[in-house]
Design a protein around this ligand. Structure first.
Ligand code: CTP
Ligand code: MG
Length: 227
C-alpha cells in the first residue's frame, strides 16, 4: 500500500544564516528540497507529497518538480506544528496513515523508511525514526555548570519521517495547540494525549540540515547514497 507524506517547508532557516531559506540551498547540483522530494517519490510506498510552503515563498514554483502531479502544495503557518497541521488538513479524510518528514532532511535512506512503514502492518500505533544518543549527556543548570549526568539508557534523537494514523495525529495536534503546549515533532503531540509511539532505529546520517557546517555533511552522505 501507499502513503502520503507531509513535507513542512515553510521555515526561514534562521540558524543557517543564508539569504534564502535553507531548503533552497544547492548540494550536488540540486536544492535540498529537491533531494528530499526525489528520494520520497522514488520509494515504492509513497503515493504523493504535500509540500507546506510559506506565503512569502517565491522559489518553489520555479523548480521542475513543482509541476509533478505527485507533488501538491499548501500554505503553512508560524510554527512547524502549524505547518504540519495545515498539511494534514489538505489531505482527504480517507487516508488512514500519514508520514511527516522535514524538507531539510535530504539524506533519508529507503531502508529506514521501509522499516518505519512496517509498523502499519502490526496495528494502530504510530512511530518515529530515531537514533540512540552517542555522547555522554549532561543536564546543565542556569549558571551554565553541570547539574548532573543523564543516563544514556533509552535516550534517543528523534528523527523524521514520523508515521501516525491521520485522525489520531490531527486531533492530537489540535488539542496541543488549544492548550498552548509547545510541540516540536509529531510524536510530542501524541505523547501529550497519552498515546504510544514506537521508536524505530534509523541511520544517524538522516541529519536535519540546520547550521552551515551541516551542508558539507549532507553533501557527503548524499554522495555515498545510491537510493
Ligand atoms: N518549518 C515549517 N514551518 C515553520 C517552521 C519550520 O514548515 N513555521 C519546516 C522547515 O522548513 C523545515 C522543518 O520544518 O523543513 C524543520 O524545521 P527547522 O529545521 O527548525 O527549519 P527552520 O525553522 O527553517 O530553521 P530555523 O529554526 O533555524 O529558523
Ligand atoms: Mg525552526
Amino acid at each position: 500500500s501507499q502513503f502520503p507524506v507531509i513535507l513542512p517547508a515553510a521555515g526561514i532557516g534562521k540558524r543557517m544564516q543564508s539569504d534564502i531559506p535553507k531548503q533552497y540551498l544547492v548540494i550536488l547540483g540540486k536544492t535540498i528540497i529537491e533531494h528530499t522530494i526525489t528520494s520520497l517519490l522514488s520509494h515504492p510506498n509513497v503515493s504523493y507529497v504535500v509540500i507546506v510552503l510559506s506565503s512569502n515563498d517565491t522559489i518553489f514554483q520555479t523548480l521542475p518538480l513543482a509541476s509533478n502531479p505527485r507533488v501538491k502544495t499548501t500554505l503553512g503557518g508560524k510554527e512547524r506544528a502549524d505547518s504540519v497541521l495545515a498539511g494534514l488538513q489538505y489531505l482527504s479524510a480517507q487516508e488512514k496513515w500519514v508520514l511527516v518528514h522535514d524538507a531539510a532532511r535530504p539524506c533519508l535512506k529507503h531502508d529506514d523508511l521501509s522499516n518505519l512503514l512496517a509498523l502499519t502492518k502490526s496495528g494502530e500505533t504510530g512511530g518515529i525514526l530515531a537514533s540512540p544518543v552517542r555522547d555522554t549527556m549532561k543536564r546543565g543548570d542556569s549558571n551554565g555548570t553541570i547539574a548532573h549526568t543523564e543516563s544514556r539508557d533509552n535516550l534517543w534523537h528523534a528523527l523524521t519521517p514520523q508515521l501516525f494514523p491521520l485522525q489520531q495525529l490531527k486531533s492530537a495536534l489540535i488539542e496541543a495547540q488549544q492548550k498552548h503546549v509547545p510541540i516540536t515533532d509529531e510524536a510530542s503531540a501524541i505523547e501529550f494525549v497519552n498515546q504510544n509511539v514506537l521508536l524505530v532505529e534509523g541511520s544517524a546520517s538522516n541529519i536535519k540540515v540546520t547550521k552551515p557546517e551541516d551542508l558539507m555533511l549532507a553533501e557527503f552522505y548524499l554522495s555515498q547514497q545510491a537510493n
